[in-house]
Design a protein around this ligand. Sequence first.
Ligand SMILES: Nc1nc2c(c(=O)[nH]1)N[C@H]1C(S)=C(S)[C@@H](COP(=O)(O)O)O[C@H]1N2
Ligand SMILES: [Mo]
Length: 373
Amino acid sequence: MTELRNDVPGGTTASEDITREELQLATRNHGMPLEALRYDVTPPGLHYLLIHYDIPLVDPERWSLTISGRVRRPLKLTLPDLRQRPAVTMPITLECAGNGRARLHPRALSQPWLYEAVGTAEWTGVGLAALLDEAELEDDAIDVVFTGLDRGVEGGVEQAYERSLSIADARRPEIVLAYAMNGQPLPPQHGYPLRLLVPGWYGMASVKWLVRITAVSQPFNGYQQARAYRLRHGPDEPGEPLTRIAVRSLMLPPGLPDFFSRRRLLGTEPCVLSGRAWSGHGRIVAVELSADGGRSWVPTQVEDAVASNAWQRWTCIWEPPGPGSYELCSRATDVAGHTQPLEPSWNLGGYAVNAVQRVPVTVAPRTVANSLP
Ligand SMILES: Nc1nc2c(c(=O)[nH]1)N[C@H]1C(S)=C(S)[C@@H](COP(=O)(O)O)O[C@H]1N2
Ligand SMILES: [Mo]
């Protein structure tokens, strides 16, 4: 058997069948079943998951958050300390930077997402900016490093999961340290007891199982910052760091699924198509629908977002022209003018692959399928 290694992020690619290692990751890190696009807030257990190493076991009695480094007043905060502070609750759409990776040829050997690495939860916690103010950053601080309790080996480097933000980004008012998800303490897999949330950015920035925040006066060069999560076209390029989520829309799969192929079966009568759209660059201004694989488009109705970093619902009525095979696609445009491409653009790590979703459907008379989603 060939040994597969992925010592450089995105350094090993495959065009062939899914490997045992990819399947192993895919069963640990599940996506959101696309029928959960129905809900404004993704129900517990249906939100996608991405865990690089193992889920750490945390004793809440012994856990505390340390804020130190280039600060004048280091802080040590317990869970009750954090819960006593003014709380904010907001829905945030989180998406993995690798969503869509499995559609590339060749693809990076990593978690093989198709479309479903997304979810919207209602997070409760405290604002990061106020805590940084309280700790009083020194003038020479340039980055803030967030350290999780989980450890593992990646690219041959043993490490804790760590990411940083510039001081300017860390001070943004929407950034929270969350201790609750959908009104309940964080589940173990989503970062119990505390996680960072960077709304509008791909998920890698939102460090789970947070234990330490360190202000530093040198640029942070940790593995997850300097090597992983960069858009590169060859292994020797330094690459551009991933930050904000690229515009995307998804469709609630209509009609009936075929168990094995997931192909959709629809009746001949008009049906409601709907889904969600989001972007880290601002609100969605248009979602269009195509029933011919992207050759022609019609506008759909786009609802306002319930919050500035939550996805928006879109709907339209589709009248199948008659029995046959169709390829349904949705395409979103954000307020900054970005539109989803028809075809994925290739990069080594398989990041930010936001090409339109393609949903093959078969329309046949007398299918009991076109119930309202
Ligand atoms: N400590 C830690 N934080 C982490 C990760 C991790 O493996 N360890 N994975 C990141 C990635 S790549 C993503 S996409 C999001 C996923 O968050 P979720 O599992 O709550 O959906 O968490 C991020 N935070
Ligand atoms: Mo991710």
